[in-house]
Design a protein around this ligand. Sequence first.
Ligand code: CA
Length: 693
Amino acid sequence: MNSIKVTFNCVVRAEDLPKLHILSEGSTVNIKEVKAGKEHLYITLVNPYPIGKECYLLYGESSCLIELTDVVRTKAFDQLFYYDGEDLGAVYSENQTTFTCWAPTAIEARLVLYKNWFTEEKEIFSFRREDRGIWRFSLEGDRNLEWYHFEVLVNGAWNVAVDPYARFVSVNGERAMIGNMEETNPTHWPIALNNISKSETIIYELHIRDFTIGKNNGIRHKGLFLGLTENETVDKEGRETGLTYIRQLGVTHIELLPVNDYGSVDESNCWDSYNWGYDPIHYYAPEGSYATDPYNGYSRVNELKQLIAACHRQQLRVILDVVFNHIYIWELSHFEKLVPGYFFRHDENGNISNGTGVGNDLATERQMVQKYIVDCVCFWVKEYNIDGLRFDLMGILDVKTMQKVATAVERIKPGFFLLGEGWDLPTALAENKRATMRQAKELPTIGFFQDQFRDAIKGSTFHETNQGFCNGNGTVLSQIMGGVSGSEHLFLTPQQAIHYVESHDNHTLWDKLTLSLPGETNVLKKKRHRLATSIVLLAQGIPFLHAGQEFFRTKYGVENSYNSPDWINQFDWERRGKFEDTVEFVKGLISIRRSHRAFTFSTYSQINKHFKWIETSAHCVAYELHQVGEFGTWDRVVVIHNASIEKQGIRLPLEGDWKVLVDEHQASLIPLYTLYNAGSVKVAAFSTLVCVV
Ligand code: CA
């Protein structure tokens, strides 16, 4: 806080050093010591540098502005300027709107006000500086529907920034709008939800546009938030589509790919481009390309809330995907403009950290970044009434921030569902501080995508031809066993284990099977595909499905379709009709899972008490859930996954009248048939069998 590094473009002689002076707003800043290094001079001040004041270094006839750089990343800076107020952004009331902006290194700041989003006609108001780097200004009167941005003078330049706390933004997020959140609630809000235990969660992941854009799906608001509010929509053959389709599948949670404002789709011309949306700009405001009117600040907010209300009316909970690991383009980010150098992680040489691989990592370990994330998450839970959050590349974030998030959301909404990608990535943060799967025990209420199980089922996502249990690899039985019994080797509770075999990332399971089994017939691929989905849906832990997985979704071999055209990404309702039997099969598995709590134990001690392996020959995994009568209709449940090319005979735990719920053709809560006095059972090749007594 009291050192200055000086770089000269000429040789400086030792005897000239006394010529150095520092002036701040006309008065001298006292220098304690000047040291010459190899390429620089290092000045130590008597007192800490007066951050927030303009200071010049004078040397003979020359002068230069002193810029604030590395100092913003010191602990001392965080301690001096941490602001814990709840009022950042624009706080609206009918009589007054108060703006609060955090920009400690700015020496001046102003509010620029516009009557609408497109006009250049503006009014400018100076902020007044308060403690802790806060700038504040109150506007009298009702300012609803007026537009604004901030301007800060920092390091000698005026930067224009949109309020990072903006709840309402204009087309492409270019300006923030003053609005009244109270006006945005749907007619019935909030909607009461039935109680379900966290361990009963079944997640279904989808993208707003993919899910509604298709032709002949009966949905009117294609590609928009409102598309998911439409009820009782049907395709040409009269089969359910849209939200009604999801409801009848039986999943409990819908997970939406990012819906907060992102940068890669031009909202004024959104049909010309497509993106998943992992390139955030505004974290507090929804994305405009999903709104009926991206120019109207209220449209996106109202319509996303309507979507959430529509899901809740169907007793479907909503998880949002949030991308707090990086920002679209860091140099252009409003964070960087307000407090240059603060919000992004840098390595020890002062270079921007890029563990995400997309150009920057947010410095979540810094106090005001952490506060931003926690505040923002709480805002979404309270204001949008969401039920869960999925943290993209959570391993970039730090453990403490995620712990704070977990505590905060649980306080607002008990049972709130948190999950994240716990991959360990090379970000400039100590390994043990990253919120990776290795730190799962420090984050006991957060779920992690379990990639070992995923890869064991279908083969590595990084090697197209690599095979797993269901596509030919008989050497991964122990990983399959670890997964089906709830992944205890990784977690503290089974709810932390997010079990999946397909998500928006990487090849769909169908495409992976095509790549890893060239020449395989479609008939066999379908069997293997069903087997993989069955393993996930019958395993202990939390099952996660990618929309369309239930009918062999394909992206025609495209591995990373984040900006591929709609025809590759869209939810193909015709394909859904073509594979109706498999949709019914998946529905059957879901209803079986939800009907008996032995499939959804919430502790490992329960699993260990009731779980028992059944001996099989190679390439087959079988187990029973015994003495489970207190959790549902049946006292014993036997699950057999046969991934071998041969029919397998498996000895059952006891001789009896075994009712079959799942076989190679069907899955049904109502038993398909009974095996009378059976002591063993035959399981078809590449299939799952579930039988109960
Ligand atoms: Ca946008």
